[in-house]
Design a protein around this ligand. Sequence first.
Ligand code: DO4
Ligand code: MG
Length: 284
Amino acid sequence: MKLCRFQNSQSQIRIGLIEEGSVQDLTAAGIGQMAALLEAGDRLSELSILTRQNLPRFSLNEVRLLAPVERQEVWAVGVTYLRSKKARMEESDFSATAYDRVYDAPRPELFFKCLPEKVVPSGDVVGIRKDARWNVPEPELALVINSRGQLAGYTIGNDMSARDIEGENLLYLPQAKIYDRSCSIGPSVTLGVDEATARAWAIHLQIQRGPQIVFEGTTSVGQIKRTFDELIAYLFRSQTFPCGAVLLTGTGIVPPDDFTLKCGDRIRISIDGIGTLENSVVEV
Ligand code: DO4
Ligand code: MG
């Protein structure tokens, strides 16, 4: 089941259920926030009861999908794939030991990514920093977690990053990761899938420049070193999330070192079981 936030033709924000190219309007049945379903223990049965009503249905072409994030803080975890550890160690002599250590350490590298109001939806533009020379997308599975620390669903995240700033000094990480339009999430939240099933999903990244595909790469969720429970448990240690959280689980696809994004590039991130998150690039 795929849950979404959308804007209808009267510009009203609604909650919907996506099925075969159409959206059922759950707000017509009283669901004003996705959180109401994410917090419910029996969300799948609640949803199937709701969808037995004759709810208004729209074609996906008639509505604008919004980022499926309401009031959740967005966090990310780094160096969860061997590929990411290797790339980070190569980009910086200075920080190589830190990346090597964190990959094997019991405590993961968790970092704050952005406030919900800064998240860019699929179809909108993501940013590359004016003061960075080496900018890349990071295609990541995102865990949608409720206020009790339960994994409620999955979506797709793009953890846009400035690799030259990150590589110059580890203490510059917030500037490499957090700036205008540096996080895109969407298009919808997949519910009712266990970790073992999600681990079999492939993640695919495609970058198009004009008519050319300038980079393509694939990885598998199964290559994430840590379990989802472990990541969530660390995120919720000594910290409460009254509105829940979205956690980007790290990248396993890294373009070659001579690749940097340019304005106008189109980034497509697809994950089996979820869909495609698509954005073009602007300088910010
Ligand atoms: O410290 C670097 C962050 C790495 C990251 O964002 C990732 O592995 O996805
Ligand atoms: Mg990342």
